[in-house]
Design a binder for this molecule. Structure first.
Ligand code: MG
Length: 437
């Protein structure tokens, strides 16, 4: 009773003190300390392109568990081994309530840090602990992160086609379906800049396939977007992903030529190795820049944000260490007027989509979220997965992340690395040399 009175008094005296931590303390008052008791790895490939490695973290509280994703399609077996052989033995027995402490100790656990494998593994335990904390408090994770600042998460759609006309039709279709933002690619990444196999001036022997040509791309893409503006109008917000294909001078030229069609953003106009050139691009064009899909290290995003050289940060939440890191980046963005546009590739999974969702719901620096949806049997396998309706993402609003994994269904689709026989990241120029993908 005394505690209750003190609590009520604190509300009257200082209502601003009623923060997420108070809600959690209130909900868990009198409960025993929470320990990680066991961690199960669930590795599953429910569709081509999906190489998902999840964890279920069990606690000493009966029935209380959390889920996380260590999704890294291209090195999925290495991630699984990193979890099973190295990290799970380190995590078992630790205090499940101390999310930040777990983040920090996991971050330095393998001494060398900020790589994609260490980051996704770190995101997995981070997600599971946020899930557990939310379930224990009886609150969705976004409540623990400060509560909603928006009602749902706006998404951009993926439009495109093989020619100008098909691209314009696709944009109109998405716009009519409620998406105000549409990213447009003409064919695959670099589309509009390819010379057909066997065509043009080639070396006598060697590569004779589809070849990327920078000048062709820089000429074609502004014409494509002008055509879309002419056909669809100016209400739709247009996005485009360069996917790093350009040299610095090509990037600058493209950004300048796209000014006339008023892009919402142009994404990854340069590879991460050339981020210093954003200073020149910023000084010479008003085309908004989104950057950072491949970023894994603070030294990559920090200078671009702190020097106001980009408009949107594009990291994948699972690839930078999860909710704990994403909230910090979002706070940094807020200080410098940069917005978020978390990456959500087609091979990503419903847990990673939800960790982005919970962050998106709580950050004033939010800009846009990438659309990603799943086949119906994945929604069955992962009850509570977020749903997309008319351009917005909606979480399940149940406590924690709001999602679980049906292990029986997951077991029907054993982990498979189908990327071994694919190679979309190798793009070549006319002379056969590799272009950034
Ligand atoms: Mg991208």
């Amino acid at each position: 009773m005394l505690k209750r009175r003190q609590f009520l008094h604190s509300l009257i005296a200082a209502p601003w003190l009623l923060r997420a931590s108070n809600l959690y303390a209130q909900a868990t008052n009198g409960l025993p300390g929470l320990r990680i008791k066991d961690i199960k790895v669930i590795a599953t490939s429910p569709r081509r392109g999906y190489s998902w490695v999840f964890i279920k973290v069990y606690t000493n509280e009966p029935g209380l568990h959390g889920v996380g994703s260590a999704n890294y399609r291209y090195l999925c077996w290495a991630v699984k081994a990193a979890l099973e052989k190295h990290m799970i033995p380190f995590w078992i027995g630790k205090d499940a309530d101390r999310i930040e402490d777990m983040w920090q100790s996991t971050h330095v656990r393998s001494y060398w840090r900020n790589g994609p494998i260490t980051n996704v593994v770190q995101a997995a335990i981070d997600s599971a602990l946020w899930d557990i904390k939310g379930k224990r408090a009886g609150l969705p994770v976004y409540e623990l992160l400060g509560g909603k600042v928006r009602d749902a998460v706006p998404l951009y759609a993926h439009g495109g086609g093989s020619d100008f006309e098909a691209c314009a039709t696709s944009v109109q279709k998405w716009f009519d379906n409620g998406f105000r933002h549409v990213r447009v690619q003409m064919g695959g990444y670099g589309g509009g800049g390819f010379i057909a196999p066997g065509m043009g001036s080639r070396p006598e022997t060697g590569f004779n396939g589809k070849a990327f040509d920078e000048e062709l791309y820089v000429k074609t893409i502004p014409e494509l977007f002008q055509h879309i503006r002419d056909q669809v109008g100016w209400e739709v917000k247009l996005l485009h992903d360069v996917h790093e294909h350009l040299t610095p001078s090509g990037a600058l030229e493209l950004a300048k030529r796209l000014e006339q069609v008023k892009m919402f953003f142009v994404e990854d106009i340069l590879p991460p190795e050339q981020i210093d050139y954003f200073k020149q691009i910023r000084a010479l064009t008003s085309t908004p820049m989104a950057m950072g899909e491949l970023f894994t290290h603070p030294h990559e995003w920090r200078p671009l944000i702190a020097n106001r050289l980009i408009d949107f940060i594009r990291c994948r939440v699972g690839m930078i260490g999860g909710i704990t890191q994403a909230k910090k980046i979002a706070a940094l963005c807020e200080q410098f007027g940069v917005r978020t546009a978390w990456q959500e590739g087609g091979e990503n999974d419903p847990i990673n989509q939800l960790i982005a969702y919970h962050v998106d719901m709580t950050i004033p620096s939010f800009g846009i979220q990438e659309e990603n949806d799943f086949p119906e049997h994945v929604y069955e396998m992962m009850p509570g997965a977020a749903r997309i309706r008319k351009g917005y993402l909606y979480g399940s609003d149940t406590p924690g992340l709001g999602i679980d994994i049906d292990e029986k269904i997951a077991a029907r689709f054993p982990l498979h690395d189908d990327y071994r026989n694919a190679d979309w990241t190798t793009v070549r120029g006319m002379d056969g040399s590799v272009v950034k993908p």
